[in-house]
Every structure is written in structure tokens, then in C-alpha cells.
Ligand binder design. Structure first.
Ligand SMILES: Nc1ncnc2c1ncn2[C@@H]1O[C@H](COP(=O)(O)OP(=O)(O)OP(=O)(O)O)[C@@H](O)[C@H]1O
Ligand SMILES: [Mg+2]
Length: 332
């Protein structure tokens, strides 16, 4: 099978000594939306930088559309589009001028780029502000301009590095509407990094989770969740009973019990089974533990992350409070 993106034991060590990628093997099929997930500092931007020829790999192999990224960077640049994690627009130039520069970087001649720029400005609802300086743009306009710069040359493979970071929920929704519409018009593979697990879950055909520079899970989100063979049951006991936790833990099929807050709420991790709810109710009844509420749900990617890394996703990395890590040297 021909892959849109493939890496084989890809490694990257920065000059300072940090090993940011350790033997990363990935494959992304043509037309897929591939979600690349991981906490701050996991190696997402580094991976994108190597795949888009911004950085050279230290070891291992990577190809785009069958072309070796280390050997043929110019060919790669015509195939791909890149929307960076941090803002890259030149504030002192107009939107149109920024797009002219982007088109030039991707190898388009001025004659080729003029009609493309006009089209992409219209597509991104920027036509009216195209000849104003970017300094006066709103946050949403800037983000749309950056997307426009990433797609002006109609790339077959689009890399989006944390494209919705800092956008409010409405902005995130709008952003995804644009991307979906774009994909409706032209076949395109999308490689997307995000640390919003829910966002990746909803949008991606397949995902990979990276942690400390290594891939810890890869596959369709539904499959990764199903492989856990777990469900979650939230119960609330009507009064706090000292031994509630022990009673719940003894129910057959219950694998783990986590206390949520102080009002008698617990989350049970249970082996997948139809009969688990009646079984919990019966056991609690027999032990004199009254239940005020009980509900089941299938696990989310948070539980996948917890299972493969042994720690909670929101505890991993530096946390969002510190903001994104500095971009790698050599970025535009
Ligand atoms: N230019 C650089 N020089 C040295 N080390 C770097 C450089 N860029 C990144 N690193 C380090 O490499 C590791 C991976 O960083 P990277 O930016 O790829 O992570 P990330 O997953 O994109 O994180 P974030 O979610 O914060 O964007 C981190 O330890 C980071 O500190
Ligand atoms: Mg990053």
C-alpha cells in the first residue's frame, strides 16, 4: 500500500542533547485525517518539523508520498502545506502580501499564485480585508490567514500543528468547518497535532499518541478504546459509608475504584459486560450501601492514555498553563 506519510524508527536529537524523538514509526494513508496526540514536550512539533523538512532527522527514515524527506526536500515542499503552531504572519504586510510570500516559499510562480490567492482569500472569508495590514486583524482572521497560507498551493498533504490552540470553542468549530469544506472539494491528507484529546477523537480517522518521544498507541480511536476492554461506571452512593470503596471493589467484574470528590461519587473501571449494572446494584444492596445514581460510559482517549502510560493525561507534560514549548530553530 502506498502511504501518504510513513516513518520508520525516526529519531531526532537536538544540538543541545535533548532526544526529542526515539524510533517513531507511523503510517498515514492517503485521504486520512490523522491525529497526532501527546502532552506538552512529547515531540509533536519536532515530528512535524522533520516531516516538513524544517529539521533533518538524526536517524531513521521518513517519506511523504513515497519520497524520502531527507533526500528530496524541495519535492516534499511542493506536496505539503504547513500551518504552524505559533503565529507566522507578518504584521506589517497585508493579508494578500503574506499569501504571496507563502506561495513563493512553496514554489509557485507569481502567475500561478495570483488566481490561487484570490480563490483562497474568498474561501477563508478574507477577501474584504485582504489589502489591510495584518496588524489590524482579529485573532480568528489571523488564524484563517495562516490556514490560507498553508493551502494556497493546493497541497495534497496538510500539516496542522495545534491549529486550534487559543481559539474559543466557537472558533474551533469554525476552523473545523473550513477544513471539512476544503476536504470536500479536493482530496487531502491531514496530519494534525493537538493536545485536545476529545477534538482528535471526533475528527480523526486514526490517531497516534506520542509520549516522551515514543509512540505509545496507534490506530482508529474507536479501536484503541475498544481494546481496553473496559467500561466506566459512575456511581453515587446516597450517604457516605466508610467502607463504600471496599464494597464496590468486591463486585465481580470491577477492576478499579476511584473516588471522585467527597459526596459519595465513585468511578469504577469494569470489565466489559452487559450484566455489570445489575451486579453492582445487587452487591451494594446486599452490603447495605444505597445507590443514588449509576451510569455507564465507554472509555475516552483519556483512559487510553492512562492505560498506555500509567498516568493521567492532564498530569503529563508541563501543562497548558506554561503555554506551548518554543518552536524548533529554523521555523519560518
Ligand atoms: N529547538 C530546540 N532545541 C532543543 N530542544 C528542543 C527544541 N525544540 C524542542 N525541543 C525539545 O524537544 C522536546 C519535544 O519538543 P516538541 O516541541 O516537539 O514537543 P511538542 O509535543 O510539540 O510540545 P507542545 O505540545 O508543547 O507543542 C521537548 O523536550 C523540547 O523541550
Ligand atoms: Mg508543539
Amino acid at each position: 500500500m502506498a502511504y501518504a506519510i510513513r516513518t520508520d524508527r525516526l529519531g531526532k536529537q537536538y544540538p543541545g542533547g535533548t532526544v526529542a524523538l526515539k524510533d517513531v514509526s507511523l503510517d498515514v494513508r492517503p485521504g486520512e485525517i490523522f491525529g497526532f496526540l501527546g502532552p506538552n514536550g512529547a515531540g509533536k512539533t519536532t515530528t512535524i518539523s522533520v516531516l516538513t523538512t524544517v529539521l533533518r532527522p538524526t536517524w531513521g527514515y521518513a517519506e511523504i508520498d513515497g519520497v524520502d524527506v531527507a533526500l528530496y526536500p524541495e519535492r516534499i515542499r511542493r506536496t505539503i502545506g504547513l500551518v504552524f503552531q505559533r503565529s507566522t504572519a507578518d504584521e506589517t504586510l497585508t493579508g494578500r502580501e503574506n499569501l504571496e510570500i507563502a506561495a513563493g516559499l512553496y514554489g509557485l510562480s507569481p502567475a500561478e499564485s495570483r488566481p490561487r490567492i484570490r480563490a483562497v482569500l474568498a474561501e477563508m472569508h478574507l477577501a474584504e480585508v485582504a489589502d489591510r495590514r495584518v496588524r489590524g486583524y482579529s485573532g480568528g482572521m489571523r488564524r484563517r490567514l495562516e490556514i490560507a497560507a498553508g493551502i494556497v498551493h493546493e497541497p495534497r498533504i496538510l500539516f496542522l500543528d495545534e491549529p486550534t490552540l487559543g481559539l474559543d470553542p466557537q472558533g474551533r468549530g469554525q476552523f473545523w468547518q473550513y477544513i471539512r469544506a476544503l476536504r470536500g472539494r479536493q482530496p487531502m491528507t491531514i496530519f494534525l497535532t493537538t493536545h485536545y484529546l476529545d477534538e482528535a477523537d471526533q475528527l480523526s480517522d486514526r490517531i497516534a499518541i506520542i509520549d516522551h518521544g515514543g509512540i505509545v498507541a496507534q490506530g482508529p480511536p474507536a479501536q484503541l478504546k475498544a481494546e481496553l476492554r473496559r467500561d466506566l461506571v459512575d456511581v453515587r452512593t446516597s450517604r457516605t459509608v466508610a467502607e463504600a470503596r471496599a464494597i464496590l471493589a468486591r463486585v465481580p467484574g470491577v477492576v478499579a475504584v476511584e473516588r471522585l470528590g467527597n459526596d459519595g461519587a465513585y468511578r469504577l473501571s469494569v470489565a466489559r459486560s452487559e450484566a455489570i449494572v445489575p451486579s453492582i446494584v445487587r452487591s451494594c444492596d446486599a452490603a447495605g450501601l444505597e445507590l443514588a445514581a449509576i451510569s455507564t460510559r465507554t472509555p475516552s482517549l483519556d483512559e487510553v492514555f492512562l492505560t498506555v502510560t500509567g498516568r493521567q493525561y492532564h498530569e503529563a507534560g508541563d501543562g497548558e498553563a506554561n503555554g506551548p514549548a518554543p518552536p524548533p530553530a529554523g521555523g519560518r
